[in-house]
Design a protein around this ligand. Structure first.
Ligand code: NAP
Length: 297
């Protein structure tokens, strides 16, 4: 293997240490500890595990977390009421609603109800739109984690050709706009892209977020490219793999993220960072509800 591994586990651990110090300093200076409220609807085991992992990560760094369990058949209006209550609770600085939602609840209405200032997942249209003008309050944790992996691995972004495979609202699009904001030249590929390989072969930085195991093969990658594999796919034999053919692609790339242990650990670490930022911004604004807030770049 020619490529060096980008160790997401180690980088995420470093970020958690930084967040822990930040939380302790904030507590010592102001007596305020960041608080994340996580809403879980229904009993989907995977969603319950995600929420549990986030709560554990909060505890490790000194962030208070509140878990709100709601029944799967809860009427949408009651969920929106609960979010409104959290929006106006000054003790809560960050809110997330674990997705997916039961089919009778509109994801759009739910995400739009979370106050943008507390929207640490970065899915509110105000935050997604903020990326277009380079000034979101929050960027979704996975794209933010990808940027952090590149920065902390000393990968220059400016002037590079970044090719993103996948254009979801959660990963592909925000990643593309983040990299564009850092002056990469960005190509976004999707299911209708003609000759995917012709595009991926041009990438200095290749981000693959398609959810298709083995989609990117060795011959689709330029010698020396930096490859970020976002995909998480469980195979029938139980193995978890990314979207790239790791052994072949690693022979060509200069840097590559493994799956697991690459992007995954960064997602929770960046959620913690966003929660601290939410608390600081709300505290600095001196209010907790409806504040316009200064957008950050
Ligand atoms: P998604 O909503 O299903 O989006 C997948 C995207 O890939 C779509 O935009 C789709 O394009 C595109 N795509 C699929 N097949 C393609 C192909 N053959 N050629 C080109 N584009 C193709 O998934 P997602 O939420 O973005 O997640 C993507 C992967 O990342 C999944 O494996 C997910 O589990 C993983 N993930 C990991 C983390 C983490 O923390 N590690 C976080 C989030 C997601 P069209 O829309 O045009 O069909």
């Amino acid at each position: 293997m020619a490529a060096r591994l980008i160790d997401g586990k180690a980088i995420a651990a470093e970020i958690r240490r930084e967040v822990r110090l930040d939380v302790a300093a904030m507590d010592a200076q102001t007596g305020v500890v960041p608080c994340l409220a996580a809403i879980l609807i229904g009993n989907d085991p995977a969603s319950a595990t995600y929420v549990q992992n986030k709560a554990r990560a909060c505890k490790e760094v000194g962030i208070t977390s509140v878990r709100i369990d709601l029944p799967a058949d809860l009427p949408e209006a009651l969920l929106l009421q609960e979010i409104a209550r959290l929006n106006s609770d000054p003790a809560v600085h960050a809110i997330l609603v674990q997705l997916p939602l039961p089919p009778h609840i509109s994801e759009k209405r739910v995400l739009e109800t979370i106050l943008p200032e507390k929207d640490v997942d970065g899915f509110h249209p105000a935050n997604l739109g903020g990326l277009l003008v380079g000034k979101p309050l929050f960027v979704a944790s996975t794209p933010l984690g990808i940027l952090e992996l590149l920065n902390r691995s000393n990968v220059g972004i400016e002037g590079k050709h970044a090719v993103i495979v996948g254009w979801s609202v959660v990963v592909g699009k925000p990643t593309a706009f983040l990299l564009l904001q850092h002056h990469a030249t960005v190509t976004i590929c999707h299911i209708k892209t003609r000759d995917l390989a012709a595009h991926t072969r041009q990438a200095d930085i290749l981000v693959v977020a398609a959810g298709k195991p083995g989609l990117v093969t060795g011959s689709m990658v330029k010698e020396g490219a930096v490859v970020i594999d976002v995909g998480v796919n469980r195979l029938i034999d139980g193995r978890v793999v990314g979207d790239v053919d790791f052994p072949r692609v690693a022979e060509k790339a200069s840097l590559i993220t493994p799956v697991p242990g690459g992007v995954g650990p960064m997602t929770v670490a960046m959620l913690l960072r966003n929660t601290v930022d939410a608390c600081r911004r709300i505290r600095d604004a001196g209010c907790s509800q409806g504040a316009a807030g200064d957008y950050i770049g």
